[in-house]
Design a protein around this ligand. Structure first.
Ligand code: SAH
Length: 196
């Protein structure tokens, strides 16, 4: 998996759009990105760097398994004078960060996981959230055509069954996931999931 992503980041992968995802900009406009923020599977850091500039945010970290993505994110952050911090690490072992967050954002990570990884991720993520913290997740939905390949398509039921114990699924909304080749974004779900 890491070899695949490191290879992709040698160029500019389709999801690396050079600006924050519109769905996360809307969440920020609504004041929902707050406190200590972690962007999990942050790639080259556009979302994390955007969050770090918000008045509602205390600190922002981005974590990604790809060393090359993190190198690019760090370079961008220092070039733009951003205080977002980036670290190489595994989203399936977030307890190793030894930090808890008020807000965790996920733009296109969850949909890369296998069924087994989903269960591990749910536990890992819970260990890095404050009680009452919120995880906002953007993933391709089962309404996105499968013809072009890409990551898994995810159903609402799969989201609900992954985030059972320790979580409350607040809502799952129709959304768009921007890529470099979708004119108006791919069909996606944006979920708000609170740790309880
Ligand atoms: N959020 C970024 C990247 C989305 S692509 C963006 O919107 O541009 C999915 C990202 O998840 C890739 O950067 C990949 O390296 C990362 N990833 C995949 N498995 C991971 C894992 N187990 N732990 C941390 N990051 C992972």
């Amino acid at each position: 998996m890491t070899a695949f992503f490191n290879g992709a980041y040698r160029g500019t992968p389709p999801w690396d759009i050079g600006h924050p995802q519109a769905e996360f900009v809307k969440l920020a406009d609504d004041g929902r990105i707050r406190g200590r923020v972690l962007d999990v599977g942050c790639g080259t850091g556009e979302n994390a760097i955007f969050f770090a500039g918000l008045g509602t945010v205390l600190a922002v970290s981005g974590i990604d398994a790809s060393a090359l993505a993190i190198e690019k994110a760090k370079r961008k952050a220092s070039g733009r004078g951003s205080r977002a911090a980036f670290v190489v690490g595994d989203a399936l072992h977030l307890n190793e960060l030894k930090q808890r967050f008020d807000t965790v954002t996920d733009s296109g990570l969850f949909h890369v996981f296998s069924d087994d990884e989903r269960a591990l991720f749910s536990r890992s993520l819970r260990s890095a959230m404050k009680d009452g913290g919120t995880y906002f997740m953007l993933c391709f939905s089962d309404e996105e055509p499968s013809g072009w390949g890409g990551p898994r398509r995810v159903s609402r039921d799969e989201i609900r069954s992954t985030f059972g114990d320790g979580w409350k699924v607040d809502w799952i909304r129709d959304a768009k996931f921007e890529t470099r080749f979708h004119q108006e974004g791919g069909h996606a779900w944006l979920s708000s999931i609170t740790s309880v």
